[in-house]
Write a protein that binds this ligand. Structure first.
Ligand code: MN
Ligand code: MN
Length: 281
């Protein structure tokens, strides 16, 4: 368990370990709070005994030596949380540990990616979301969960941002896509038979609202017309380049129905970790 991200007795982990880290932070959600409760809801589903911990590629997270659950970060409030997240992730990433983080809202992705860019140059980000999250600021905040990819792109430290599943962009968001040279594959144009050419090192960021609300009702922003669970799984399973970090964000347990969304997120934990572990020869 990680108690204090600024003073962590980090376990010594083998390089390439996939470390599950909860980041229970939702102060920068614009519409409703709730995603801070997601890490415990997702873990509860993972371990409730209803299904095993095998990924579809045969990796068993229950016994695999490269999978570790480090528990949740304990975080201060506001901007200090951003620094605390960045510090915690940096300490793990510099040991070549690969973080799979559970948000939290999407604001956590900025400090996480910032930390990764200190170890990995030329990072490509694959970002699955109903929204581009590229606002310069939102409701007066530049750290809002509507802004992380604007912060990441203006840092100039990632090579490429590829977004998939976006729907209903407004004029400002379209201008930001242009300005930052983002490859934005809108949901209306996405065809799974045309795979996206990805180069590693890759960071994968999954906002659960990329799914149609029929599959994942437990999110703050319902955007109909999204992906099926299987479509997202096929995309994850098709990634051939090296994944050096990933997150699953925006589960809102307060809105969930019978834990359906937490169950989909738990499934994504298994499949993302399974793909990451299989990449180690
Ligand atoms: Mn998002
Ligand atoms: Mn979203």
């Amino acid at each position: 368990m990680i108690d204090n991200p600024n003073n962590i007795p980090y376990p010594k982990l083998a390089p390439n370990t996939v470390a599950l880290v909860g980041i229970p932070f939702d102060e920068y959600s614009s519409f409703m709070r709730g995603p801070a409760k997601a890490p415990s809801a997702i873990r509860q589903t993972l371990h409730n005994g209803a299904s095993n911990l095998f990924a579809e590629n045969g990796v068993n997270l229950d016994t695999h030596p490269l999978f570790r659950d480090l528990g949740d970060l304990t975080l201060p409030g506001g901007e200090e949380a951003m620094f605390a997240i960045e510090t915690a992730v940096e300490r793990l990433t510099e040991q070549k540990v690969r973080i799979l983080s559970l948000g939290g809202d999407h604001a956590i992705t900025f400090p996480v990616v910032n930390a990764l860019t200190r170890t990995y140059e030329n990072l490509t980000i694959l970002h699955l979301d109903a929204h581009p999250d590229l606002y310069d600021s939102y409701d007066g905040s530049r750290f809002s969960h509507a802004c992380p990819f604007a912060r990441i792109m203006e840092s100039g430290r990632v090579k490429r941002l590829i977004q998939v599943g976006v729907r209903g962009m407004n004029d400002e968001q379209r201008r930001q896509v242009e300005k930052f040279g983002v490859t934005c594959i809108e949901m209306k144009d996405y065809r799974s038979k045309n795979p996206i050419a990805l180069e590693g090192p890759l960071y994968l960021s999954v906002d659960m609202d990329v799914l149609d609300p029929a599959y994942a009702p437990g999110v703050s922003h319902h955007e109909p017309g999204g992906m099926s669970t299987r479509k997202v799984l096929r995309l994850i399973q098709s990634i051939g380049c090296r994944i050096v970090g990933a997150d699953i964000v925006e589960v809102n347990p307060d809105r969930d129905v019978n834990g359906m969304t937490a169950a989909v997120a738990a499934k994504f934990v298994k499949e993302i970790a399974g793909v990451m572990i299989r990449q180690v020869k």
